[in-house]
Design a protein. Structure first.
Length: 228
């Protein structure tokens, strides 16, 4: 049985072996989400990544392997490394309460298209529409439209990741993201699980997360590959 500390070092792997095991595709110990859910994968043994990446590239044109320190081995005849994104993991230390001024709504399946469109507007390229099935999403509406959201992504028996933190460009600097992250964090705590976050190093949102009680804990690299 892995400890929470060990699971946090390889969150994609352990999500796929616990809460999200219904979404698992396994290639001899290299594990991926079904590509219509999420294009993330994880590994422990880098010597097995070559065959796994070749196989997964047949069903996903672009995809990630996520690791703290491991370096995947690839077959450049079939798969190319597009870029390495240097990321980081934040874990809630002690939640810092803030005032909720907006009406925060639990989003139903009726809003799948709106969630998808908003995320692709702000962060195009990687979110899959069925990613909605990974966890709960919350939103703020203004002018009869969804303008800001947060969601839940990777999950195990011990932690839930806050993700999909996006606000329409016309509605930024109003505190929507801060309130949504706080609300989502409280929802995770109510489930007796640890809230975590991932982002790229130097992201301007990191101070916002820290003001809510999150603490930077480790590097988490995102290797973006594409089919050749």
């Amino acid at each position: 049985m892995k400890t929470l500390k060990e699971k946090l070092k390889n969150p994609v792997w352990h999500s796929l072996n616990e809460t999200h095991k219904e979404f698992l595709i396994d290639y001899d110990g290299v594990q991926f989400y079904k590509p219509d859910i999420c294009i993330f994968g994880a590994f422990y043994d880098a010597t097995k990544t070559t065959k796994a990446l070749n196989a997964y590239s047949k069903i996903a044109e672009r995809f990630f392997l996520v690791s703290e320190n491991g370096m995947p081995i690839i077959d450049e005849n079939n798969v190319l490394l597009e870029r390495k994104i240097e990321g980081c993991q934040l874990v809630l230390e002690n939640i810092i309460d803030i005032e909720i001024k907006e009406d925060i709504v639990l989003l139903t399946e009726n809003y799948i298209d709106e969630i998808y469109d908003l995320i692709w507007l702000v962060m195009p390229g990687f979110y899959q529409k069925r990613g909605f099935e990974m966890g709960r999403y919350f939103g703020i509406f203004k002018d009869n439209k969804l303008v800001s959201i947060t969601g839940q992504r990777m999950q195990t028996d011990d932690f839930i990741e806050v993700s999909g933190v996006v606000t329409h460009p016309d509605y930024t600097k109003k505190g929507f993201a801060k309130q949504l992250v706080y609300h989502t964090t409280k929802e995770i705590l109510n489930e007796k699980k640890l809230p975590i976050l991932h982002t790229n190093k130097g992201n301007s949102a990191i101070p916002l997360y820290e003001k809510l009680g999150y603490k930077l804990t480790r590097d988490m690299n995102w290797w973006l590959f594409r089919r050749k």
